[in-house]
Write a protein that binds this ligand. Structure first.
Ligand code: SAH
Length: 226
């Protein structure tokens, strides 16, 4: 079920942010192996140009990561699409995201009709993301928190799915603990220069692990900042 976005004129886009340019990105993602039509539709619908600084708006529909301030990046659309596809595998309802950043991935998940919980350690990024959620009428579908997301969102689990959008040297056990049985966790794991995107399914007895792709994410850091 796709949620309805409240699109004001700025969200509809013109020129390099027009629907035609966005459709071209969707076709490229399809050519690059993204198959889930719901995911492709969510990417077609969510105005990525509102999630980057105005200076980068004309590049918002390139398939590339872009800076969002504080040394952080909005992930590449292909990576967002691939992670979302992997996350939807077990038809989740309630999802936890660690690393809200711009809020784009959370908005894509909310547009897919999921109940999103998202945690960000940088207060300023979270404030901007919340403003975007309100602009798009997604604020009731997305609960957000300023915290160190390595502890997950205690008291709110278990989650049907967990997506981590910053890289850690190893899987964070506390996050796996907040995953429902049958739930899916998608996370980049590895060193600063070389990471694998892992998909993990929690079973009664342990976890099943699949490697999806080689990726490059910003690091998962401890503590919080304003
Ligand atoms: N999903 C984001 C990607 C942002 S980049 C988007 O769609 O734009 C990763 C984000 O993870 C950064 O904003 C960074 O501040 C945040 N982050 C890093 N370590 C974190 C932690 N321990 N808890 C919460 N957020 C964290």
């Amino acid at each position: 079920m796709m949620a309805r976005l409240h699109l004001q004129p700025q969200a509809v886009g013109v020129g390099m942010t027009s629907q035609r340019v966005r459709d071209r990105l969707v076709e490229r993602l399809r050519a690059d192996g993204i198959r889930d039509e719901n995911v492709l539709n969510a990417i077609r619908t969510v105005p990525r140009h509102l999630f980057v600084d105005e200076a980068f708006a004309t590049r918002a529909y390139d398939d590339s990561a872009l800076p969002i301030g504080h040394g952080q990046t909005i992930s590449q659309p292909w990576v967002v699409a691939r992670m979302t596809e992997a996350l939807l595998q077990n038809a989740p309802k309630k999802v936890l995201e660690v690393g809200t950043g711009s809020g784009y991935q959370a908005a894509v998940l909310a547009a897919l009709g999921l109940e999103v919980h998202t945690v960000e350690r940088i207060g300023d990024l979270l404030r901007q993301a919340r403003k975007r959620f309100r602009t798009l009428g997604l604020n009731e579908k997305i609960r957000s928190k300023h915290d160190d997301g390595r502890i997950g969102w205690p008291g709110n689990g278990p989650f049907d799915a967990i997506i981590v959008t910053a890289a850690a040297p190893a899987l964070v056990a506390q996050l796996v603990d907040q995953l429902a049985i049958g739930g899916v966790l998608v996370a980049p794991v590895g060193s600063a220069s070389e990471q694998k995107l892992l998909q993990l399914v929690r079973r009664e007895q342990g976890v099943e692990e699949t490697t999806l792709a080689a990726v490059a994410f910003v690091p998962l850091l401890s503590g919080t900042q304003d």
